[in-house]
Design a protein around this ligand. Structure first.
Ligand SMILES: Cc1cc2nc3c(=O)[nH]c(=O)nc-3n(C[C@H](O)[C@H](O)[C@H](O)COP(=O)(O)OP(=O)(O)OC[C@H]3O[C@@H](n4cnc5c(N)ncnc54)[C@H](O)[C@@H]3O)c2cc1C
Length: 585
C-alpha cells in the first residue's frame, strides 16, 4: 500500500477544510499539507449556501449583541467562551475574505452591505446576492492555489483514522477512480467533513452530507456531542427540499397560512407589522426552530395549504417587486421557476420545513481540538458548542472560517516536539483498514441491499426523530437503528469493480449515517426536556436543572453508544427567556 508522508492531513475541502489549509500554509510554508476530499472542492456543500455570513460591522451593533443573539438563539446550550471568541473573530475573517477577493454586496456609499437574518436583532449578515456560499468557497479555493505546499487529493474517500500510541497519526483513503487505498501518515489530522442531514429523507443537504467525518472520529473513540439537535429550515421547496434562503424573509417575505394570515404572530413572534423591505420586526425573522415549529402547529390545526406536493404554507414576496428580487434574490427566483414552476415575483410560493443542519457533531474545545491528541475538527462536522440547541442562520459560514483557522493553529502547536512515528505500527493499522474494505468485497452470504436499509433508516428518522418527538417514537427508533446496524453487516456489493465504484461508496456512507443516527436517537431519547430544535411532546418545558448539559455519545461497536454529559460553559449570560416580540433594527 502506498504511503503518503505529510505533516497535516485535512479530510474535507469545503469552507472549513480550505480555510484550515490556507492558515497552515500561511503560518509555515515548509509544512506539507494533504487536502483529501471525496468530491472536487468546489462541489462541497458550502457552495450551496445562499443567504450570507454574520459579523458585526455597523455602528449600532456590538460583539455583546451578536453574543446575546447567538446564546439566546441556541437556548443557552452554547459554550459562552466559544461564542465570545467567535463574535470577535467573525468580522476579521469576513474582511480577510474580502481581501482575498470575495465580492460582498455594497451599500450606495461603498461600504459592505448587510441584511437582516432570523434571530439576529441587528443587521449583520454579509452577503453576495443569494450565492454567498459559492463566492466564499470560490474565494477560498482560488486562494489555496497559490500555495505549493498544499497537495490536493480530489476524489479520495477517507476510510479510517490511524490511531497509534494514543494519538491520531494519519488516515487511510481510497482513490475513487482506481480503487487504490493509500495511507497518509501525518503528525496532525483535521476533520472538516461537513454535516449528516442525509440521514433524513427530506433535506436541503447535498448527497455527500452523510456524516463520514463524524463517524471517523466517533469510531476512533471521540464522543459525538449534542447530536439530538437537528435544524429544520422553515422554507424548503416541498418537492425537492431545495432551500429558499432565510434572506427571503430577511428581505421582507412573509409567511401565510391557508387563510392568508401571517400566523407567526400567534406563536410569540408578533406583533404583525406592515409589509416592508427589508423586514425590520421579528415576525418572519424569528429563529429557525420557532418558525419551523409554528408550521407544525398550523398543520395540526388544519391551517396549511394542500398542494400536489403535500401540506404547505405560503411564502409571499410579491410586494418586494421584480427589480429588487432580481438584485437580491436571483437564485431563489430561478429555483422557484425551475423546480416548481412558480415565479416568486408574481405568485406566493408553497414551502415547508426541511432538515438543514446538524448542531451536534465531533466534540471539540474552543481551539478545535478533540480529546484524541493529534485530531482536530472544524465546520459542520464539529460541535465546538457555538450553536447550542439551535443555530442562527448565517453563523455557520463564519464558524467554518473562525474554527477552520483555529484547527490549523492547534494542529501546528501539537506537532512541536512529537516523537518519530512508529511506521510499522501505522502500516499495520492501515492494513486493518484495507482488510475491512476487502471483506466487504468478498462477502457473498448477505441478503440486504444498501438502498433498502437506507430507506428504512430515513423513514425511521423522519417519523420518530423529526420536528416533534416523544418517548414511544424515540424508543422505536433506537431499536430500529440498532437492528439496521446489525443488518448492515449483511449487505452484499453488486459492483465488484475498482473504478468509481459508487455501490461501495454508498455502502460506506450508509455505515457512517447509521452510526450518526444511532448517536442521535439515543441522545434524543435520554434528553427529557424541550430545548431549541429538540422538542418533546412528553416533556414540553426546558429543564435547566437537569439538562443544561451537553450530551456526549461514545461509540461502543455493535452496542448502542454510552451516554455521558458535559457542563455548558457559562461566562456572562445566565439562562433566560427567549423573547422574539421586539424590534430588529
Ligand atoms: C442549501 C444550504 C444553504 C446554506 N446557507 C447558509 C447560509 O447562507 N449561511 C450560513 O451560515 N450557513 C448556510 N448553510 C450551512 C453551511 O453552508 C454549512 O454548514 C457549511 O457550508 C458546511 O461546511 P463544511 O466545510 O463544514 O462542510 P462541506 O462544505 O459540506 O464540505 C465537506 C467536505 O468534506 C468532504 N468529505 C466528506 N466525507 C468525506 C470522506 N469520507 N472522505 C473525503 N472527504 C470527505 C467533502 O468532499 C467536502 O469537501 C447552508 C447549508 C445548505 C445545505
Amino acid at each position: 500500500m502506498e504511503i503518503v508522508t505529510t505533516d497535516v492531513a485535512i479530510i474535507g475541502a469545503g469552507g472549513a477544510g480550505l480555510r484550515a489549509a490556507i492558515a497552515l500554509a500561511e503560518a509555515d510554508p515548509t509544512l506539507r499539507i494533504a487536502l483529501i476530499s471525496k468530491v472536487y472542492p468546489m462541489r462541497s456543500h458550502t457552495c450551496a449556501a445562499e443567504g450570507g455570513a454574520a459579523g458585526v460591522i455597523k455602528k449600532d451593533d456590538s460583539f455583546d449583541l451578536h453574543f446575546d443573539d447567538t446564546v439566546g438563539g441556541g437556548d443557552w446550550l452554547s459554550d459562552q467562551d466559544c461564542v465570545e471568541y467567535f463574535v470577535k473573530e467573525a468580522p476579521k475573517e469576513l474582511t480577510q475574505l474580502e481581501h482575498w477577493g470575495c465580492p460582498w454586496n455594497r451599500e450606495a456609499d461603498g461600504s459592505v452591505a448587510v441584511r437582516p437574518f432570523g434571530g439576529m436583532k441587528k443587521q449583520r449578515t454579509w452577503f453576495a446576492a443569494d450565492k454567498s456560499g459559492f463566492h466564499i468557497l470560490h474565494t477560498l479555493f482560488q486562494t489555496t492555489l497559490q500555495f505549493p505546499s498544499i497537495t490536493r487529493f480530489d476524489e479520495y474517500y477517507a476510510l479510517d483514522l490511524l490511531v497509534e500510541d494514543g494519538r491520531c497519526q494519519g488516515v487511510t483513503a481510497m482513490e475513487m477512480r482506481s480503487g487504490m487505498i493509500k495511507q497518509f501518515h501525518a503528525k496532525s489530522v483535521i476533520i472538516a467533513g461537513g454535516g449528516a442531514g442525509r440521514m433524513f429523507p427530506f433535506s436541503t443537504n447535498g448527497a455527500i452530507k452523510t456524516g463520514d467525518g463524524m463517524a471517523l472520529a466517533y469510531r476512533a473513540g471521540v464522543p459525538l456531542k449534542d447530536m439530538e439537535f437537528v435544524q429544520y429550515h422553515p422554507t424548503g421547496l416541498p418537492n425537492t427540499g431545495s432551500l429558499l434562503t432565510e434572506a427571503c424573509r430577511g428581505e421582507g417575505g412573509v409567511l401565510l397560512n391557508k387563510n392568508g394570515r401571517r400566523y407567526l404572530q400567534d406563536y410569540g413572534m408578533g406583533p404583525e407589522t406592515p409589509l416592508g423591505k427589508p423586514q425590520l420586526k421579528t415576525m418572519e425573522l424569528g429563529p429557525r426552530d420557532r418558525v419551523s415549529q409554528a408550521y407544525w402547529h398550523e398543520l395540526q390545526k388544519g391551517n396549511t395549504v394542500t398542494t400536489p406536493w403535500g401540506e404547505c404554507v405560503m411564502l409571499d414576496m410579491r410586494h418586494l417587486g421584480e427589480k429588487y428580487i432580481d438584485e437580491r434574490l436571483p437564485l431563489v427566483r430561478e429555483l422557484g421557476i425551475a423546480y416548481l414552476g412558480v415565479d416568486i415575483a408574481k405568485e406566493a410560493i408553497p414551502i415547508r420545513p426541511v432538515v438543514h443542519y446538524m448542531m451536534g457533531g465531533i466534540s471539540t474545545n474552543t481551539k478545535a481540538a478533540t480529546q484524541l491528541p493529534g485530531l482536530f475538527a472544524a465546520g459542520e462536522c464539529a460541535c465546538v458548542s457555538l450553536n447550542g440547541a439551535n443555530r442562527l442562520g448565517s453563523n455557520s459560514l463564519v464558524e467554518l472560517l473562525v474554527f477552520g483557522k483555529s484547527a490549523a493553529m492547534s494542529a501546528i502547536e501539537h506537532m512541536k516536539g512529537l516523537p518519530a512515528p512508529n511506521k510499522a505500527a501505522l502500516e499495520a493499522r492501515a492494513e486493518e483498514s484495507q482488510a475491512r474494505v476487502r471483506a466487504l468485497f468478498q462477502r457473498t452470504d448477505g441478503n440486504e441491499s444498501m438502498s433498502g436499509l437506507r430507506k428504512e433508516m430515513m423513514d425511521t428518522m423522519e417519523k420518530n426523530a423529526g420536528l416533534y418527538r416523544e418517548e414511544v417514537g424515540l424508543t422505536e427508533a433506537v431499536a430500529k437503528i440498532a437492528e439496521l446496524r446489525q443488518r448492515y453487516n449483511k449487505i452484499v456489493l453488486h459492483d465488484k469493480s475498482n473504478v468509481f465504484n459508487t455501490d461501495l461508496f454508498q455502502v460506506l456512507e450508509l455505515g457512517s449515517m447509521l452510526d450518526c443516527a444511532e448517536a442521535l436517537v439515543v441522545s434524543a431519547l435520554a434528553r427529557k426536556e424541550s430545548r431549541g430544535a429538540h422538542q418533546r411532546l412528553d416533556y414540553v418545558e426546558r429543564d435547566d436543572q437537569t439538562f443544561l448539559r451537553h450530551s456526549m455519545a461514545f461509540y461502543q461497536g455493535q452496542q448502542p453508544p454510552r451516554l455521558d454529559y458535559l457542563d455548558v460553559v457559562m461566562t456572562k449570560s445566565p439562562p433566560g427567556v427567549r423573547d422574539y416580540t421586539g424590534d430588529h433594527k
